[in-house]
Ligand binder design. Sequence first.
Ligand SMILES: [Zn+2]
Length: 189
Amino acid sequence: MGTNNIKKPAVFLDRDGTLIFNRNYLKFPSMVKLYSCVAESINKLHTTGFKVIVVTNQSGIRRGLLTENELYKVNEKFLSILKSKNAKVDGLYYCPHIESDRCFCRKPKIGMVLQAANDFNIDLSKSYTVGDNIKDCLLGFNMGGKSILVLTGHGKKYQNNLINAKITTFIICKNFKQAVNFIIKDTKN
Ligand SMILES: [Zn+2]
């Protein structure tokens, strides 16, 4: 009973190309570099009442290009940079699989989102995804929330793909900072 039972909205964030600069199968902590205003923007989301969850496809693990331990160290570095700027995420989930594994967690499937919804009591219908990939846009659609495509990372390339495929159920923002500003405005409407 009480306020703990009230479901909260969340923003599900892609990692590579959205929060940190894109590298192919990023495996060295020293290569982790955040886009500008990432920490401040995450804090804004928290202040507005959102849970902030990172969901990332990491098929490099299944492909043998990085180990789970290497991924762990990269994520630790990412979190420590946030911490140095007084920010944190509530959860971080990854899918190590490739398409043919037919798992339930690889975006745009909603396995990671459902897990987080269960772990953090999240209302998916009031939640958002932010990412640079068509898979992130479809993830938001599949979970019944709203999707924002950022034009960092591979975003510009996928913007054209989405338009060509007549997929229009997404919002375009220049970068993560703008996406957060959009979400906060959208919430007040
Ligand atoms: Zn998976």
